[in-house]
Design a protein around this ligand. Structure first.
Ligand code: SAM
Length: 147
């Protein structure tokens, strides 16, 4: 069971780490709980996912792809299943920041090699600043970020 504090903790990390990012794409945002927390902190957030049952937040009911027009300063993915590397690739394409909290690998490896792969990819894609941060919660709590 994923830690329910993840939305608030990730939102706090994002606003402190990317203070100038006003417009945020929340990829694979499920019901929109991260959107709700980021909105409380003054961000303009669009959640991309296909959940019918959801909160009253700005919501694009579709799967996010690399072709999505960019009107964001930051793209994020919290336990975003198959869309985690996509966030990084999208950010690289549009020269914006990204932050993801991976839960499972997309390349057949286990969790730790997958995190390392994302960090290496951030470097390869030209994010001059990138790194990891651990959210103070149980379960998959490591943020991989770049800008
Ligand atoms: C494990 S859930 C996490 C939801 C939410 N972020 C959370 O932490 O509770 C993964 C979500 O990823 C969504 N998803 C996977 N690929 C996606 C894509 N390309 N675009 C949008 N949503 C995607 C699924 O529909 C699902 O809601």
């Amino acid at each position: 069971m994923a830690d329910k504090r993840r939305f608030e903790l990730f939102a706090q990390f994002l606003t402190s780490h990317f203070p100038d990012a006003r417009r945020v794409y929340d990829v694979a945002g499920g019901m929109g709980r991260l959107n709700e927390e980021l909105t409380k902190l003054g961000r303009d957030v669009t959640t991309f996912d296909v959940r019918v049952k959801r909160l009253n937040v700005k919501y694009a009911e579709r799967l996010f792809t690399l072709d999505e027009p960019c009107e964001a300063d930051l793209v994020v993915g919290l336990h975003s299943d198959g869309a985690t590397q996509l966030c990084l690739e999208y950010a690289a394409k549009h020269h914006i920041g990204f932050a993801v909290v991976p839960c499972c690998s997309e390349n057949g490896t286990s969790y730790n090699p997958w995190r390392k792969h994302l960090l290496a990819l951030a470097s390869e894609r030209g994010f001059t600043e990138h790194g990891e941060h651990v959210l103070p919660m149980a379960g998959r709590s490591r943020v991989v970020w770049g800008r």
